[in-house]
Structure formats: C-alpha cells, structure tokens
Design a protein around this ligand. Structure first.
Ligand code: URA
Length: 237
C-alpha cells in the first residue's frame, strides 16, 4: 500500500495534509525518514512512525467518541447531523459503524468499529458488562428506587429489566436531583424509561463508561481517539 493512502486511511489527515507531514520529514519507515509520498509499504512488516509515535498498521478500527447532544447515532440521516459527521470521512469509507446507539439528546461515550464481531460482543457478549450513565432528573423517585432497581425494575409497558444500580449525587424531595446509574442492557431509551418508571423525568443524560472504557483522553465533547490495546482486549476473544 502507498504510505500516503495508509496514513489518510488511518485518519491522520487528508491526502494533502499527509503529503505535508511527509514533506516535513515527520514520517519514518523502519527508522528512516520517508522521502516519497508514493512509497510502497508492507503492512505486515514495516514500522511506520509519525513524529516518533508508532502508527499501528491494523486495518480494523476501534474508536471511542465523546458524543455531543444534537447528533443522531446513524451512518446517515436526512434531517440531523450524525455521529459520523464528527469523524474524518476516511473512517466512514473504511466501514466504521457505531456500536449500539445513544439518543440524539444523550451525550458521552460511543464506541465505533469496523469489526462487526467485536461490536456484537460489546453489545451482547458479556452479561456483566456495566454501562455507567450520569443523569439529572425532575420529579421524585420512589423511596425504594434502589431496591426496585437491584431486583430488576419493571418498566411502565411491562418490560422486565435486569438488576441495575443507582447512586445519588444530590436528591431534593419532589424537585429532582442527579446521580449515576449502572445498567447491563441497552434497551430503547432504557435509562429514561427506568427513571420514568421510578417517578422521575430525565433532563440530561451522559454515558460515562462501558465496562473499563471511559472518557479519558476524550474529555471534550466531539473528541475521539483510537482505543488502547487494553481497552480493545476487554471485548476480544
Ligand atoms: N438510555 C437512554 O434512555 N438513552 C440513551 O441514549 C442511552 C441509554
């Protein structure tokens, strides 16, 4: 593969930007500064670095994104911007897709990958995979909310949920409050429906983590980065 294509595919920058990086002498192949933008590289053997940092030459991508509100979790949408609009177009061309979904008005951690099997394992693979959300709400939650959640809440439409955990940061009688909730599933509008079943109304929702994968390194809304090896391994075979 050509080195400029490889770097553009890795979403390092557009082809033009990649050519600039090569011109500036920032790209090396096996320790030798790359002189030609059309240099041919062997993805199996060659070690590519950008400004001294090794670029992994995997052809599959595992990304975490701090999703802002206002973006729909879809590849395309005729009305609203999508999470793909927050990422370099090269990713879409490589087949990157969201893993599960967050509502348009929900913020926080969204995983995306080109590896469908890995994505499937994140959603369905592990029974104990906890997703942590921060939420604010209006209204008054049932006094036994903790117990109801712990034994498995029944939603207003009769849907049975798996056991979940809640912790309050603040709880004002009748006025609402804020806290964290941990769930193992990903049913449609799940957190909002759980809080509704407990007597409240979610006014803000943000996913903080999926298992051990958190928002570290992507603290700002709209930021994204490739998963570390350790994060990837949490859901590898
Ligand atoms: N639960 C919800 O209600 N919405 C989300 O976006 C995620 C979990």
């Amino acid at each position: 593969m050509r080195i400029d294509k490889f770097l553009a595919n890795k979403a390092i920058g557009s082809r033009k930007e990649v050519h600039q990086l090569i011109k500036q002498g920032l790209v090396s192949v096996n320790g030798v500064i790359c002189q030609r933008k059309d240099m041919s590289i062997d993805l199996e053997k060659d070690r590519i670095t950008l400004d001294g940092q090794v670029i992994n030459n995997q052809q599959t991508y595992y990304i975490k994104l701090n999703k802002p509100a206002g973006y729909v979790t879809a590849l395309e949408d005729s009305l609203h911007p999508t999470v793909m609009d927050l990422l370099p177009p090269a990713y879409k061309k490589m087949g990157l897709k969201p893993v599960g979904r967050l509502d348009k008005d929900t913020e926080g951690l969204l995983l995306l990958t080109t590896d469908g099997q890995w994505g499937h394992r994140v959603i369905h693979g592990r029974k104990d995979c906890q997703k942590k959300y921060y939420f604010t709400y209006e209204g008054q939650l049932a006094s036994d909310a903790k117990e109801q959640l712990a034994k498995g809440l029944v939603l207003r439409d009769g849907t049975q949920c798996k056991p979940a955990k809640i912790e309050w940061i603040a709880r004002a009688k009748a006025l609402g409050g804020k806290g964290y909730i941990w769930i193992e599933e990903g049913k449609y509008h799940q957190v909002k429906r759980m809080i509704a079943a407990l007597g409240g109304h979610v006014t803000y929702l943000k996913r903080i983590s999926i298992d051990e994968i958190g928002l570290n390194g992507i603290e700002e809304l709209g930021q994204y980065k490739e998963l570390t090896e350790d994060e990837y391994r949490l859901f590898s075979l």
